[in-house]
Design a protein around this ligand. Structure first.
Ligand code: GTP
Ligand code: MG
Length: 469
């Protein structure tokens, strides 16, 4: 018999309710032992009804008190439900006790449950049981972590899709195609003289390359997927007074950073996270980069430079009302080759800035004109950031995005194995060798859904969960 596990499944802290969850064969017995139902349930207008609360009735929420059977101590007033397996999250019997959301009540209730024979659940153990008992595949289980940790609506939506099995289906569709090829190959190896359709190497190559393309599309989506999950790191750089802090405030739509007409206002980096069209974006405002003897300012400038080195995207700001300075040029040189949006700000003033040199040096970068005083150009910046995240492709409502680094690695391995197979086919290699490579690809994909995964990986995946999930 499997051990019965228990944990507090809600976040610790003050809350309206908090839930202790129990899963396993002993769940029902434990509930019966520690829960005293209220026999009279108040009905309409305070009349007592005759309905009796029965502990252990399947899927019925009962009202009563969590009570220590040894001492008779009443721990908390609560609602409890027993859910008979296998139609449950873990496919085992589950009990949930809704206590008051008090750390004391939850701790005491859990301690009581544990004293009755359950053991503390490990991180992610409920979901792990759901996986082991076949309710979820591994990628669906991983989606549960992503749902809990989602930072934006979009990240949440992708994780929900993954949980629903949409993503697993795509992977198993690809796997089935590979399986068809493997069957064909096996038949040809086993019955070379029989009257079975010879595998034409040309056809074989075509099918393998088609599958490779399908995997390639998923791999291509991983960059976007990762950003939507983990966020885009944007750093605003420029010399003093060009309007960097004004831009941070405008994007945040609040006056977060101090803005003054005095150059050198911002001395330290300031970080804030926003949701930009569903994409979590971490924006860093930096100290204006210029030559200075001021010790504190120099430290700030050093920080600006190191922040921009790590950034996914740089917004390089210039002042439209002034000619290009050597300081501007120095910054420009430093960011060549990085993903950059050039922002020509203060276009409400008389224009003195010549853009030819900028366009030449940062030739692949988009130039946007703004006046943060009037808010002009702001939506263009937001659109450009969104476009960069989606890699310039038109985002499709229903296209799958790979958001999980483990999956990305496996997809790449699978694609590589197929490429090896293709090479082998081109060289007219033996079917046995081709089969090995194609089978490797099949197994890598199986690791995504957990069909061919090792115990170590399973341990690792679930260790990333929080307690009680
Ligand atoms: N006319 C005009 N003034 C602007 C515009 N954007 C910002 N400013 C003004 O420019 C000055 C400097 O703005 P900040 O946002 O503090 O500039 P900064 O780049 O953060 O400056 P440091 O922190 O000193 O590096 C302030 O007086 C702003 O009001 C604009 O589009 N047009
Ligand atoms: Mg500033």
């Amino acid at each position: 018999m499997k051990e019965t596990i228990a944990a507090v499944s809600t976040a610790y802290g003050e809350g309206g309710i908090g839930i202790v969850r129990i899963s396993g064969d002993a769940a029902e017995q434990i509930l019966t032992d520690i829960f005293v139902p209220a026999f009279d349930v108040p009905g309409k207008e305070g009349h007592k009804t005759q309905r009796k609360n029965t502990v252990g009735e399947n899927r019925k929420l009962i009202y009563g008190t969590v009570t220590d059977p040894k001492t008779g101590e009443k721990i908390d007033e609560a609602l409890a439900v027993f859910m008979k397996g296998p139609a449950t999250y873990t496919r085992e019997d589950i009990v949930e006790i809704n206590c008051h959301g008090s750390v004391i009540s939850l701790r005491k209730t859990l301690a009581l449950v544990l004293s009755m024979g359950a053991r503390p659940a490990e991180n992610g153990e409920f979901t792990k049981r759901a996986f082991i008992n076949g309710r979820l595949d591994l990628s669906q289980a991983e989606a549960v972590i992503d749902i809990i940790k989602a930072k934006t609506d979009k990240g949440f939506g992708i994780a929900m899709d993954q949980l629903s099995g949409k993503y697993s289906k795509e992977i198993s569709d690809i796997r089935n195609r590979i399986k068809d090829i493997l069957v064909q190959i096996a038949v040809n190896i086993d019955y070379p003289d029989e009257d079975i359709e010879e595998i034409m190497y040309e056809d074989l190559k075509k099918s393998v390359s088609q599958i490779g393309d399908m995997i390639g599309i998923l791999i291509d989506s991983a960059n976007t997927g990762r950003i939507i999950k983990e966020g885009l790191d944007v750093v605003i750089v420029g010399r003093p007074n060009v309007g960097k802090s004004s831009l941070l405030n405008a994007l945040l739509r609040e006056s977060r950073a101090i803005v003054t007409e005095i150059p050198g206002t911002t001395r330290d980096t300031i970080e804030e996270t926003i949701s930009l069209k569903g994409i979590p974006v971490k924006i860093t405002d930096t100290a204006g980069i210029h030559y200075t003897d001021d010790h504190i300012e120099r430290i700030g400038i050093k920080k600006s430079k190191s922040a921009s080195e790590k950034a996914d995207l740089i917004i390089f700001m210039l002042d439209a009302s002034q000619r290009l300075t050597d300081e501007d040029r120095e910054i420009m040189e430093a960011i060549i080759g990085k993903k950059t949006i050039v922002l020509i700000n203060k276009t409400d003033l008389e224009k003195k800035l010549e853009t030819d040199e900028i366009k030449k040096t940062l030739s692949s970068c988009r130039l946007i004109e703004t006046s943060l005083l009037s808010g002009e150009g702001l939506s263009e910046i937001e659109e450009e950031i969104e476009k960069l995240v989606y890699g310039g492709h038109v985002k499709q409502q229903n296209s799958l995005l790979v958001t999980n680094a483990r999956h990305e690695t496996l997809l790449k391995e699978a694609a590589r194995a197929l490429l090896d197979a293709e090479k082998m086919i081109s060289n007219g290699g033996a079917l046995e060798f081709i089969e090995v490579d194609i089978k490797r690809s099949y197994d890598f994909l199986g690791e995504i859904t957990g069909e061919t995964v090792s115990d170590d990986i399973i341990e690792e995946v679930f260790s990333r969960f929080c307690l009680g999930k």
